[in-house]
Design a protein around this ligand. Structure first.
Ligand code: HEC
Length: 179
């Protein structure tokens, strides 16, 4: 995984697709129906190389990092200069915040992909909640509305936690289910 880190947030949405060719020594054509239908499929070999399932690698390396990048726009910091949000201030900041949010929208699309989507009735609902928060973030950034961006960031965090509590509660700690 180390050899194929992403240089920009805009590249992130395509990371999983790019890794199929860029990081697999010999990309083997997936043999299932989705591949035959021309859909992208996460390469099981990639996960094998990293010693992780495709979803685990995606969450740990792609989702987490890009969420942190978006949330960095709405983080409360307290230091010698006092307490404040690290909010977008310039026109360029707002464009970057919107780009970071749109990256999350695309990352949500990838979670519907065969190879990443879990074969479970609850997946679509959990994913829809996440996608809504990502879209809200992008709209808030486009409107340069900080209060809305902050609210969408909290919604997104709750969507991450809700899905984890459904499938992997242990990663959210003992009190997660109470949120
Ligand atoms: C639709 C469901 C879903 C959503 C939404 C979701 N996750 Fe996950 N996440 C999972 C599942 C399932 C796993 C466990 C994967 C595994 O271990 O195979 C996971 C695992 C993780 C892990 C652990 C990876 C590791 O190396 O063990 C991190 C970190 C993570 N997610 C971050 C996030 C963040 C941040 C968000 C929101 C911005 C998010 N996830 C949203 C389903 C989701």
């Amino acid at each position: 995984m180390k050899a194929c880190y992403m240089r920009s947030a805009m590249a992130a949405a395509w990371a999983v697709l790019a890794m199929l060719t860029a990081c697999s020594p010999a990309a083997t054509p997936p043999a299932d129906n989705a591949a035959q239908a021309g859909q992208a499929v996460a390469d099981p070999k990639l996960a094998e190389n990293a010693g992780e399932s495709p979803l685990k690698a995606y969450m740990g390396h792609v989702m987490d990092r890009n969420a942190a990048q978006l949330w960095a726009w709405t983080t409360y910091v307290s230091d010698a200069q006092g307490g404040r949000y690290t909010q977008p201030r310039t026109e360029d900041d707002w464009i970057d915040a919107e780009s970071d949010a749109l990256t999350m929208v695309h990352l949500g699309d990838l979670l519907a992909m065969p190879g990443l989507a879990l074969d479970d009735d609850r997946w679509a609902g959990q994913l829809a909640r996440f996608r809504q928060a990502a879209r809200d973030s992008a709209e808030a950034a486009e409107a340069q509305d900080f209060a809305r961006l902050e609210a969408a960031a909290s919604d997104m965090n709750r969507a991450c936690v809700a899905c984890h509590v459904t499938y992997v509660p242990e990663i959210e700690g003992p009190y997660a289910a109470m949120k």
